[in-house]
Design a protein around this ligand. Structure first.
Ligand code: MG
Ligand code: MG
Length: 264
């Protein structure tokens, strides 16, 4: 871990980061049609690793802090950091797929929560609101604001819907290392924290629980689960602040195009 130092990027560096981020987007889109009942997260992990290597990059998570996989796959009440297993997905599950890439010296790191088969309306709502939280957080990532404004926007929207905002895990600076400064909490107070400046590159990643915000760590030492067993969603984008405004380096467009094709 490179600690809390904020490393502002040049436009050239941001372009390289965009390539790494977009390869994550493409990897998640490649996985989208594979995510269905009967498929195991471990199978998804193998597909993702091959795809990333075929595209001339390295998996970003594999080996990092001892991570054994390319993907982190968190099912239902698993919040984040789920290790892919052979246990098949079932209709009604949700699976948050978090993926990292490393190429040209820079990391990409983003995540999407997918529905498996037919999902309950209340769960669909959780996914929708978590995604809205992400975009509200991103909109607050502009010069003149501070890091606390991002967390405030996310927390305010989630709590309006009665959801819990995970405290223990946060977004982060991203670049030549996976975790740089600043920490980007999904909760916070307006006008608090570090100033947002041009060249800031961060991963914003709300983790929103249907019930209590409280979480616990699974006995595997990795997987974070909700304390009350209710589902949790996780959406993550990589952004850069350019000309005072947030620019999203990753995209959900490829994923959502792939998902739309399946439903026709
Ligand atoms: Mg991530
Ligand atoms: Mg991240």
């Amino acid at each position: 871990m490179s600690g809390n130092k904020i490393i502002y990027k040049t436009l050239e560096e941001i372009e390289l980061m965009r390539k790494s981020a977009l390869l994550v987007s493409k990897t998640l889109a490649m996985l989208a049609p594979e995510i269905k009942p009967g498929v195991s997260p471990l199978h998804l992990d193998k597909l993702a690793e091959a795809f990333i290597r075929d595209n001339g990059a390295e998996p970003g998570f594999l080996g990092l802090y001892g991570c054994p996989s390319t993907l982190l796959t968190s099912v239902n009440d698993q919040v984040v950091h789920g290790l892919p297993t052979e246990r098949p997905l079932e209709s009604g599950d949700i699976i948050s797929v978090d993926c990292g890439t490393f190429m040209n010296g820079f990391y990409g790191d983003h995540a999407y929560t997918f529905e498996v088969g037919e999902v309950a309306a209340a769960t669909k709502k959780l996914l929708e609101v978590t995604k809205e939280c992400l975009y509200l957080g991103i909109a607050a990532a502009k010069t003149g604001n501070r890091i606390g404004d991002i967390g405030f926007a996310i927390q305010d929207h989630a709590e309006k819907h009665g959801y819990g905002v995970v405290r223990e895990l946060v977004g982060h600076g991203l670049g030549r290392t996976m975790h740089e400064g600043p920490e980007v909490p999904n909760y916070g107070r307006r006008g608090r924290g570090k100033m947002i400046k041009n060249g800031l590159t961060i991963a914003i990643e709300p983790m929103i629980n249907m019930g209590t915000h409280r979480v616990r760590k699974h006995s595997d030492g990795w997987t974070i689960c909700t304390e009350d067993g209710q589902p949790s969603a996780h959406f993550e984008h990589d952004i850069a602040v350019i000309n005072g405004k947030p620019e999203i380096l990753s995209t959900f467009d490829y994923i959502e195009e792939a998902l739309a094709k399946q439903t026709v």
